[in-house]
Design a protein around this ligand. Structure first.
Ligand code: FES
Length: 119
């Protein structure tokens, strides 16, 4: 099983292929935001990779990062668009605490949405 490390929080074993956003919630116990429900629209699921950043991304992730002016920010990726296929370390930079939001967002489905086109 891949190991997911969240800087300052701990290291957790994660089922292979699990969506990173759901692993941050389920295995790591984080209040990770996912306001759009994991469909590559809000960018609140963003994390900052320390190690293990995937080489590919979904077309939907690329498009929303460009649209929000976040493209090209080193290590910044959308956890709803990433599967845990290997060991990785991320910084949790977008959490519910302190935001004033009522919740983290509706639960993302198990499969990446929209259906991924890898680029
Ligand atoms: S972009 Fe909204 S949860 Fe990922």
């Amino acid at each position: 099983m891949p190991k997911l490390t969240v800087t300052g929080v701990g290291t957790f074993e994660v089922p292979a292929g699990k969506r990173l956003v759901n692993a941050l919630v389920d295995e790591c116990g984080l209040d990770q935001l996912h306001a759009c429900g994991g469909v590559a629209r809000c960018t609140t699921c963003r994390v900052e990779f320390v190690t293990g950043e995937p080489a590919t991304m979904t077309k939907a992730e690329r498009e929303v990062l460009v649209a929000k002016g976040l493209s090209g920010t080193a290590g910044l990726r959308l956890s709803c668009q990433i599967a845990c296929d290997g060991d990785m370390e991320v910084r949790a930079i977008s959490r519910l605490a302190g935001t004033g939001r009522k919740d983290c967002g509706s639960r993302p489905t198990d499969a990446i949405q929209p259906p991924p086109e890898w680029v």
